[in-house]
Design a protein around this ligand. Structure first.
Ligand code: PLP
Length: 340
């Protein structure tokens, strides 16, 4: 038995999703004639109250296209020190867009107008030009913490007032939405661009979408082509995405419930501390010496439970649609029984 809590990217397409894929009507998306892609892009844009959307192979690409779109070389983007764009994209902001990055020490992965203010550079001939703020919701490396709609509104207003563009890395925005119950169509317009992932909690095999104004998404199409991301009969993937948006959002609350059960069991272990205070599908905590993250994950692996050492003393577990309540009960039982 293997219970894979390494990431919500490990989910496999269900039968319904596979059926949608093999029966999808296809065309050539570089010529904008794949009807299933057109349908997915229109559906996502409408959901988020945005004019237009672009299907891309990955969330790294949608983030990178957004950075390219919203900056010029010698600019600087501002983000929290835990950001995906900072840690997990091979410094592609420098490679593709020639910009620098100002990483702020936010609170639980989150920025505030006050913090952003401290990072804005004066206009001189030698400072990089502050031009873009990237926020992540939910915040992965901070342990699944999230911004409320009100907090996002405040950031949006502040950025507009200061003439900064703002991009949302919403790889797991649906996990936030089911907790906070805001309307996605109210969220979209707060940002210049929004990136959403279909291949995380939503369970599609491939794909992310970049959302924005039509004019910007037209330009984003050109950037996607330049990055090698123009695809042909990609409707076969978009069909999985449509299925995911229609069927797999509400059920995310189940993953959050499962994450809470795990946290409850972890809280009883003397070797565990600093369980991050979050309500989404990520469980992150530290272990105390003599325990370390490698030892902890190895002991669980011997029971068939897979999770990630996220630092020397930090462990991450992620719940998702392919983890059942029985799986969670099994994990809770093992956590209680292993001699830590
Ligand atoms: C997964 C993820 C991405 C995109 O990752 P890809 O693997 O390139 O699709 C972007 N941001 C966050 C916060 C993520 O967790």
């Amino acid at each position: 038995m293997k219970i894979n809590l390494i990431s919500d990217t490990v989910t496999l397409p269900c039968e319904g999703m596979k059926k949608a894929m093999i029966t999808a009507e296809l065309g050539d998306d570089v010529f904008k004639t794949d009807p299933t892609i057109v349908k997915l892009e229109a559906h996502a844009a409408e959901m988020f109250g945005m004019e237009s959307a672009l299907f891309c192979p990955s969330g790294t690409m949608t983030n990178q296209i957004a950075i390219n779109l919203l900056t010029r070389p010698m600019d600087e983007l501002i983000c929290d020190e835990n950001s995906h764009v900072f840690h997990y994209e091979n410094a592609a902001y420098a490679r593709h867009s020639g910009v620098g990055l100002y990483a702020l020490k936010g609170k639980n992965g989150k920025l505030s107008p006050k913090l952003i203010e401290s990072a804005i550079r004066p206009l001189t001939d030698w400072y990089p030009r502050s031009s873009l703020v990237v926020i992540e919701n939910s915040c992965n490396k901070a342990g699944g913490t999230h911004y409320s709609l009100e907090e996002m509104k405040a950031l949006s207003e502040y950025c507009r007032e200061k003439g900064l563009a703002i991009h949302l890395d919403g790889a797991r925005i649906f996990n936030v939405q089911v907790e906070e119950n805001f309307s996605l169509s109210e969220l979209g317009p707060l940002f210049d661009t929004v990136s959403i992932c279909l291949s995380k909690g939503l369970g599609a095999p491939v794909g992310s979408l970049l959302l924005g104004k039509s004019q910007q998404i037209d330009e984003a199409r050109r950037i996607r082509k330049a990055m090698g991301g123009g695809m042909r009969q990609s409707g076969i993937l978009a069909a999985a995405g449509i299925f995911a948006l229609e069927n797999n959002i509400e059920r995310l609350t189940q993953d959050h419930h499962h994450a809470n059960l795990l946290k409850g069991a972890l809280a009883k272990l003397g070797t565990v501390e600093n369980i991050r205070d979050a309500r989404t599908n990520i469980v992150m905590f530290d272990v105390r010496p003599p325990m370390n993250a490698d030892l902890f994950t190895k002991s669980l692996e011997e029971c068939g439970i897979l999770c990630t050492a996220f630092g020397p003393n930090t462990v991450r577990m992620v719940t998702h649609k392919d983890i059942s309540t029985e799986d969670i009960h099994y994990c809770v039982q093992k956590l209680e029984k292993i001699h830590w």
